[in-house]
Design a protein around this ligand. Sequence first.
Ligand code: ATP
Ligand code: MG
Length: 403
Amino acid sequence: MNKRYGGIRMDSLLIKGKTVLEILASAGHDAYFVGGCVRDRILALPIQDVDIATSARPEEVMQIFPKTVPTGLQHGTVLVIVDHTPYEVTTFRAEGEYDDYRRPSEVTFIQTIEADLSRRDFTMNAMAMDQHFRLIDPFDGKGALREKVIRTVGEPVDRFREDPLRIIRALRFSAQLHFTLDDDTLQAVQASKAWIAHLSIERIAVEWSKWLTFADHHALDILQRSGVADELPLFAPMARVLPSFVQTKGVWTRMEERWAFLAILAKMDKEAIQSFLRRWKQSRALQNGVLSRIDAYHDAVKAGFTIGFLYQNDLTISQFAWEVCRHLQHAVPAWRDIEALYENMPIHHRKELAISGKDVLAWSRRPAGPWVENVLRRAEEAVLHGTVENSYIALQEWYDEHD
Ligand code: ATP
Ligand code: MG
């Protein structure tokens, strides 16, 4: 995926993105790579997505490219799709007056990339690169990357007052990049953290989920010095167990697992975790995923990794319960033995059962009712434990004998 460009390994996303810059330039506009992709390229990290800033107005961008989606016109953003790859193209803008710690309701389009960079949060995020991959770096973002520090563009207290989300973003980036906070920026975080109360929970949740994804001891140390955990709604019980939580960095692959493990460590009951997730406006699917994992852990502690447990929880959730048991020093079988047990089960889901409710109804000639579900459940049990073979004939015989 990587090509060499001027002696430097270049991410294929940037190589393709160069054409977007060239097309904008040939239509007479200025255009640059900006933000995270510039930072990550200098750090030689893989690039997730490419943001482009341009002097072209959104309507012009939509005229120039055949495939566009107006994803954020009110912020001047158009999604441009080139060769199946999406690029966020945003018109150079200033973020007018901030009102009551809220993001500005309207944006002002401006002429120069430098002015656009000056509204950005941190010096390392306020760099741009032109189509020849030349760096525009008015705030010495490169120096900050070299020092591994997070430093606001301009006076940190002012920038945090404008948008307190930057306080949480500073911590998120400290976790993601293993950077520290510049002294002034850290002091401003400590002084400004109460403004977090003005943010919508959705914006907090996006950044905080990333912090939880990347956090290690170093990130926790910065968090503790910042005092920010106290400002996160309903987070206090989880904040207390973060030292144990960060020991599992890299173990969890999904947010459901992180929230569930935190709730288990914090000994939150079902109601507490449910109100927490609702308050944090997490989706119903995520809420269910967290709750089923917590239940699975408690079941595993009570009854172990039995066939019944594996059937009920499937392999992914069982593995979560197993990992938690291990971290909490419960005795557990080797994971490969559990896997082997699972592989050897005669069925893994209801749909693998050789009969359905229809068959049971046909055999009984009784009207349908909750009893059918009961029969199916007993059939599953019998097949799972090897009492009956999983075939239509065997199950019909079993039914005739047991009904
Ligand atoms: P990553 O994509 O790796 O999470 P990123 O730097 O691209 O990092 P985004 O949240 O995607 O982060 O934001 C893109 C860019 O927009 C940032 O690099 C920064 O320049 C700017 N930005 C984002 N949020 C803010 C904010 N709250 N205040 C000021 N500038 C911001
Ligand atoms: Mg980004």
